[in-house]
Design a protein around this ligand. Structure first.
Ligand code: PRP
Length: 208
């Protein structure tokens, strides 16, 4: 007998786009379309249960098995190194992890580089490979302000349209890696609900 598949979706635009894909391939849950503040939705007919969670928490629910699968940005997977299976690149939510700094200004290569970021592990790994000494300044948002105020030399952050950088007189100095949304699965679920998860994955791949 088919079991219910628990799916963690990131609240926001990416989650809504991802849900459309699930809906199109037969995992719709009509209640989810109703405007409400509920966070859990189930369709008994389609054997799915959805959770709306904070984007950076999706992989936590999946890693701990509260969700069987989830949709998460590659940036979060690389930053936190979750123990989950990455099944599919959904090709949506595309952006780039970049180093950026004040327009026309280049950091002094002789000095320790002060790096403001929400992604300390990504930044550390990037500069470790270059054997560049850095001082990480961990922030939680509006990273772009740090180099403008002279608190950091550069930022390591996500660039999507480039508008935030442009409007704050910053520019991309280096690209670290491209980012897109991934379908991930819990390791145990992947074993015990293997056929169902694989079928979902195949349908999803075909629909992209
Ligand atoms: C992200 C990122 C940039 C911005 C880039 O921030 O940290 O600030 O989006 O997008 P753009 O290239 O299209 O301008 P987010 O919106 O997550 O807000 P935050 O500053 O609170 O992290």
């Amino acid at each position: 007998m088919e079991q219910v598949i628990n799916i963690a979706l990131p609240k926001g635009r990416l989650g809504e786009r991802a849900y459309e894909v699930f809906e199109n391939i037969g995992y719709g849950c009509p209640a989810l379309r109703e405007n409400s503040r509920r966070l859990i939705f189930e369709s008994r007919e389609n054997k799915v249960r959805y959770f709306w969670v904070k984007p950076s928490d999706v992989a936590v629910y999946v890693e701990r098995g509260a969700a069987d699968v989830g949709v998460v940005g590659k940036d979060i997977l690389l930053e936190k190194g979750f123990d989950v299976y990455e099944l599919l690149d959904l090709g949506m939510g595309r952006c780039r992890m970049c180093v950026a700094g004040v327009k026309g200004k280049r950091p002094n290569p002789e000095l320790t580089l002060r790096v403001a970021t929400k992604f300390p592990n990504v930044a550390r790994e990037f500069y470790r490979k270059k054997s560049r000494e850095i001082d990480i300044i961990k922030l939680h948002g509006s990273i772009e302000i740090a180099p403008i105020l002279g608190m950091s030399d550069v930022i390591v952050d996500i660039v999507e349209t480039g508008t935030t950088l442009k409007e704050n007189d910053l520019e991309v100095l280096e690209e670290i890696f491209p980012i897109s949304a991934r379908l991930i699965a819990n390791r145990v679920s992947y074993k015990f609900k293997n056929e169902q998860i694989q079928a979902m994955c195949r349908k999803m791949e075909a629909s992209l």
